[in-house]
Design a protein around this ligand. Structure first.
Ligand code: UN1
Length: 518
């Protein structure tokens, strides 16, 4: 491991633009990255990555089993002792180089992302940009990673706290932000001196592969990052059970998050969970309705509603409900579905057919519960759309706060209007779900805005903007079922990926007893 000059060795990989692949027939084979080598899994099996807009097969991916996890964890464990001793500014320099490569390759990465998971190209560029931002931000932490020095109570004694890495961190990431979210986890982990085993979602292996290729190219030493492709029930479970994995950082559903927490608890791992949301936009009677409309369309249907921050509830003051609803229905009916690579597309596909079924089940549930469907409510299958996993942007009204469509995360292009008569009721409805990620309020009254900022109990609050679009330099995360109290992004992320060490140096040359010899 050539950590001294910050450059790792590249062993045994066939390389194309920083990405290592093998050809199998017409489609390429994408392999794991373990201890600085691109390797096939021990199972000999593969799975496919497909384009959710067209059904096209994009690549074959090695499917790992427990043995591969074993190797990856061993590599991460072994490299930890070296990596943690590399000065943090040098670790940051490697991240800085990675950020530069990402920037050069932004367009290619964005196009790959749109093909692999469907989000429209402008949003894919945003996802890559968010990863670049996080990488540069954490590169800078290499020269901060600040602890504290404070006065101590005894003479000739010094006290300080420093941040230590935790060890081997398993990063288990979702497909909806296949570039940004892995960087949220790995970059703080790496700059702080941890080593990583990365298990990306099986719907987006190619983007994960490209990201790891960039880190290799930037000079990350072998074993510091390890990539293992495969299903949650084998690869994920093996990581959760492994005694040499010190921490798991997981983004996904609340149900899966509970399982992660329970399993990780058996070996007393630190657990960071970033889970679901049931986010709302409150529209007050004094709101700028045009502005609110833009925020709603963007937050409810951007990324086809597949964001944990998506606005799946609209809490609307009775006085403006009719005017807003009318405009909203007409805007929704103009949204163009299609392949995210087409510049005319507003809304891309859902991630796969199972997601279409799930979203449609919620349409049926909404109807059974007595909500009124205003538009959408069915899969979109006209012409070319039939090849992909498309669902019509869907709006319900006459929704009651307790209904399942107002309480459960749908993760699709469905949103629900709930009518209220005042601010307090709006805030109460906003807060009363099992989740607590993001909220928004549209009002032109500064007093109401401040009351909302004080009383809303979600981790993110927006005033006169939608529920999506968090920036990486501030904490990201939520209350209640959205997580376990940790935050990603910003300096808050360092609290998750480091361990505090408090150090006292007594240079008096005699026994000094704290709290006693004062
Ligand atoms: C997610 O959906 O899991 O605030 C993350 C946002 C994005 C991140 C979303 N910056 O919507």
């Amino acid at each position: 491991m050539e950590v001294e000059n910050g450059h790792g060795t590249n062993r045994g990989a066939s390389r194309r633009g920083g990405v290592a692949t093998l050809e199998v027939g017409a489609v390429q084979l994408y392999r794991n990255y373990i201890d600085g080598r691109w390797v096939e899994s021990s199972t000999g099996e593969t799975f496919e990555s497909t384009n959710p807009a067209t059904g096209e097969v994009l690549g074959r991916v090695t499917k790992s089993g427990r043995e591969d996890v074993e190797r990856a964890v061993a590599a991460a464990r072994q490299s930890f002792e070296r990596w943690r001793r590399v000065p943090a500014p040098r670790r940051g320099e490697i991240l800085f180089r990675a950020g530069e490569i990402m920037r050069q390759r932004k367009e290619d990465l964005a196009r790959l992302m749109t093909r692999e998971m469907g989000k429209v190209i402008a949003e894919a560029r945003g996802d890559v940009q968010e990863g670049i931002d996080m990488t540069f931000y954490m590169a800078g932490e290499g020269r901060r990673l600040a602890g504290e020095t404070v006065p101590v109570e005894l003479p000739n004694k010094f006290g300080m706290s420093v941040r230590d890495p935790i060890g081997v961190i398993a990063c288990i990431t979702p497909w909806n932000f296949p570039f940004a979210i892995p960087t949220w986890k790995m970059m703080p982990a790496l700059v702080a001196g941890n080593t990583v085993v990365f298990k990306p979602a099986s719907d987006t292996p190619l983007v994960a592969h490209a990201l790891v290729g960039i880190l290799e190219e930037a000079g990350l030493p072998p074993g510091v990052i390890n990539l293992v492709f495969g299903p949650g029930d084998t690869v994920g479970e093996a990581l959760l059970a492994h005694p040499d994995v010190d921490m798991v950082s997981f983004t996904g559903s609340t149900e899966a998050g509970k399982h992660v927490a329970q399993k990780a608890d058996e070996t007393l791992k630190r657990v960071h969970l970033e889970l679901g949301g049931k986010n709302a936009i409150i529209v007050m009677d004094d709101a700028d309705l045009d502005l609110a409309l833009e925020g709603i369309v963007w937050s409810a249907f951007g990324t086809t509603g597949q964001r944990c921050t998506a606005a799946s509830r609209l809490i609307v003051h009775r006085a403006v409900r009719e005017a807003l609803t009318e405009r909203l229905v007409s805007r929704i009916n103009k949204l163009r579905l299609g392949n995210g690579l087409e510049p005319t597309t507003d809304v891309g596909p859902l991630i796969n057919r199972r997601a279409v079924e799930k979203v449609h089940r919620y349409t049926e549930i909404g109807l059974q519960e007595g909500a009124r469907l205003l538009t959408g409510g069915r899969p979109a299958t006209d012409g070319e759309l039939a090849k992909g996993s498309f669902y019509m942007p869907t709006l319900f009204t006459d929704v009651k706060p307790h209904m399942r469509i107002a309480q459960e995360e749908i993760f699709g292009p469905t949103t629900a209007i709930i009518t209220v008569d005042g601010l307090e009721e709006a805030i109460e409805v906003n807060n009363r779900t099992g989740y607590g990620l993001s909220s928004s309020i549209y009002t032109r009254d500064v007093n109401r805005a401040f009351q909302a900022m004080r009383d809303i109990t979600t981790g993110l609050v927006y005033v006169n903007a939608g529920t999506i679009g968090a920036e990486i330099q501030l904490p990201f995360g939520g209350t209640r079922g959205t997580g376990n109290g940790h935050r990603e992004a910003g300096r808050a992320a360092l609290e998750v990926y480091t361990e505090w060490k408090t150090i006292y140096v007594d240079y008096s040359g005699r026994l000094q007893r704290a709290q006693i010899d004062i």
